[in-house]
Design a protein around this ligand. Structure first.
Ligand code: CU
Length: 340
């Protein structure tokens, strides 16, 4: 997340090139030098200092094939300690070598796939960069003197002052039931209304609502999430990330998702299994997974600025029936992130 001092995360991209047809069995060593340093960036007429990797944010790509080994030496020339976070993404190539959207994994006996086929929970999420009106007395410097914000299904995620996991666990154990007020379970399964998301959007849903709205998911549900990019503000490739899970990317495409024709393009046989996927700019992406890891899981755009603006929500996967299907209590002595 962004701080007054810049970014605490330095993000690099790991691109796994599944070019099996081009380089079938040659494992290769790769060496990278990454230098972290502050640099000034100007966007929308405002200049800010950011922590960059080799002068760029996000950092450079590591391009490897499955089975390769990459050595990364990191030189921290910034002013504080950081964590390096690697975002795997998939650059698939077809056998003919043309980036067709052939979404294919290296499924095999050793890497079996288990793609949900009979979906029991489907969520359509439009993701947008939006604006918030500013008081006339305090113009915010963004477009139309508004401030920039971001949303999923037109709700800009408002970070609570008490963490959601603590509040949820308090309710499960019937302690601190008043913590229920920390969040709402009303995150919708679709946008407030449908429009031409990737065409001329006009002022459609330019101004989002704000709330700490989470999506409740039953344990074991076969989940499908369709992320739809929009032209609101400016279209971008949003790297969407879900904590607690790997998921199958079963499809992606340009323009608006079409519920009649788009599913026919899905790869339900051997799709890639990842935890982050870039929604194509002015396009859509569909993921599937079984909700078999109970807990409170943040889902967000991994452009930290978008996440801090509210392009995020939380999935609460409820407990199942057996001991193995329930979240564990917090370890003894764990310091609270916030006071109840
Ligand atoms: Cu984004």
């Amino acid at each position: 997340m962004g701080t007054g001092h810049g970014m605490l995360f330095a993000v690099i991209g790991l691109v796994v090139l599944h070019g099996w047809s081009l380089f079938p069995a040659l494992a290769t060593l790769h060496y990278y030098n990454f230098v972290l340093k502050e640099a000034n960036f100007t966007k929308l007429c405002s200049t800010k200092s950011m922590l960059t990797v080799n002068g760029s944010f996000p950092g450079p790509e590591i391009r490897v094939h499955k089975g390769d080994t990459a050595f990364v030496t990191v030189h921290n020339n910034g002013t504080y300690g950081v964590t390096i976070h690697c975002l795997p993404s998939i650059a698939n190539k077809s056998a003919a070598g043309n980036f067709t959207n052939l979404l294919r994994s290296l499924a095999s006996k050793d890497h079996p796939v288990n793609v949900p086929l009979n979906i029991t929970k489907r969520v359509f999420m439009a993701v947008s960069v939006n604006q918030d009106p500013c008081p006339a007395t305090a113009p915010c410097g963004g477009p139309n003197n508004n401030s920039l914000t971001a949303s999923m299904n037109n709700i800009s995620f408002a970070s609570p002052s008490i963490d959601i996991l603590q509040a949820y666990y308090g309710q499960l154990t019937k302690k601190n039931a008043y913590l229920k007020r920390v969040y709402n379970t009303t995150f919708p399964d679709k946008p407030p209304y449908m429009f031409n998301f990737t065409g001329d959007v006009g002022n459609n849903t330019l101004y989002p609502s704000h709330g700490t709205d989470v999506k409740m998911i039953k344990y074991g549900a076969a989940v499908e999430i369709i992320w739809q990019g929009t032209n609101i503000g400016a279209a971008e490739n949003h790297p969407m990330h879900l904590h607690g899970y790997n998921f199958y990317v079963v499809g992606m495409g340009d323009g608006n998702f079409d519920k009649k024709t788009s599913p026919s393009t899905y790869n339900l046989v051997d799709p890639p299994l990842v935890n982050t996927i870039g929604i194509p700019k002015k396009g859509w992406a569909t993921i599937r997974f079984f909700a078999n890891n109970p807990g409170v899981w943040f889902m967000h755009c991994h452009l930290e600025r978008h996440a801090s603006w509210g392009m995020a929500t939380v999935l609460i996967v409820e407990n199942g029936r057996t001991e193995d299907e329930r979240i564990l209590p917090p370890p003894g002595g764990m310091p609270a992130c916030s006071k109840p």
